[in-house]
Design a protein around this ligand. Structure first.
Ligand code: BMA
Length: 335
């Protein structure tokens, strides 16, 4: 059955794109790098840390991407970033193909990283912990297929809580990708249970395919401010583009959405904006590897009420948008 197109969408007027976007490109990396996007960001004291996905072109065949690692960048203002001399993380063995799309959450003084893992037997969600962005202890891998995991920065009744996005291709995705956001908890970040549906695609008017968790939730007085990505397809539209890596026939549009979860019980959605927060409109969002993609992975609430939202643009570069926290809350509360 053909899917109804969502139609034209526009970015919310409360969003300001950073005028110097993109804030991170492959040119800033002192090692082989080609597509530097889908970053996780956290703040420890006054220093910002970014772990970003780096898809690397094959020097023998520059039109082909042959490796993925995670790079590390630091910043004193969250805007100007210095990429560290070496990538900080990669996984590959007989079973694991690569790790990608990191999301960072600080709990106590430790940094937890959720990431996607392509394996020869499916896509899993990984959870790891680090104290120095050099040594990472892997705590758990989910069963396939699952990804886009994000951890809350606080425990609830002694339990860690995460958002996740399983992809049930038989039960739900047979005709098209109807994949929803789920939530689960764990006493130790290794054993996960109490899985429940958090938000179904049918609740998101600007989606006719799948949704998934984006940046780890941020505490506000009104609830956990929580971004997600939403995908829509119009069978008549193929997003054009100019780069040598562009995927031909790419039809999906990725937008950013916003919801509020209950402060005490994050299993409850208490508000959601029925229009998208960020829609691909700028050249760097419309033209890249996969065109028309906004993929948030990090969000920082500053003391003065500014919220920095970090997102991958067109699967090629990393960008920054800002908004006032009260405006974001109001958007979710007005529905
Ligand atoms: C998703 C993931 C992301 C990617 C996005 C848009 O399914 O693969 O890594 O940014 O698609 O291509």
């Amino acid at each position: 059955m053909p899917t109804e197109p969502v139609g034209p969408l526009t970015t919310s007027p409360i969003i300001t794109r950073f005028e110097g976007n993109p804030i991170l490109t492959a040119a800033k990396c002192p090692y082989p790098a080609t597509l530097t996007f889908n970053a996780g960001v956290c703040k420890l004291g006054d220093l910002y840390y970014m772990v970003f996905r780096n898809d690397v072109a094959d020097p023998e065949n520059p039109g082909r991407l042959h490796e993925t690692n995670l790079g590390l960048a630091t910043s004193w203002d969250g805007i100007n970033w210095e990429v560290q001399p070496e990538p900080c993380f990669s996984l590959a063995d007989d079973e694991i193909v690569r790790a990608y799309d990191p999301r960072l959450t600080v709990i106590g003084q430790r940094v937890y990283m959720c990431f996607a893992v392509d394996t020869r037997h499916g896509i899993c969600g990984g959870v790891a912990v680090t104290d120095d962005f050099s040594e990472f202890e892997i705590l758990s891998f989910s069963a396939p297929d699952n990804r886009n995991m994000v951890l809350f920065p606080e425990l609830f009744g002694g339990m860690y809580v995460r958002l996740e996005r399983p992809f049930p291709v038989y039960g739900r995705g047979r005709d098209s990708e109807r994949f929803d956001i789920w939530i689960s908890d764990s006493p130790d970040l290794r054993y996960w249970g109490n899985h429940q549906l958090l938000l179904g695609t049918e609740h998101v008017p600007f989606c006719n395919r799948k949704i998934g968790p984006a940046a780890p939730p941020v505490r506000t007085h009104a609830g956990w401010l929580t971004t997600f990505h939403a995908v829509d397809v119009d069978e008549n539209v193929t997003w054009g583009g100019m780069t040598q890596f562009r995927q031909e026939g790419w039809k999906k549009r990725y937008t950013a959405g916003l919801m509020l979860l209950d402060l005490e019980d994050p299993y409850q959605v208490v508000g959601m904006c029925r229009t998208p927060l960020i829609v691909p409109e700028a050249d760097y969002e419309l033209n890249g590897f996969r065109n028309a993609v906004i993929f948030p992975g990090g969000m920082i609430l500053e003391d003065d009420g500014e919220v920095k939202i970090y997102y991958g643009a067109a699967d090629a570069v990393t960008c920054l948008a800002t908004a006032r926290v009260e405006d974001l809350i109001a958007l979710c509360q007005q529905g």
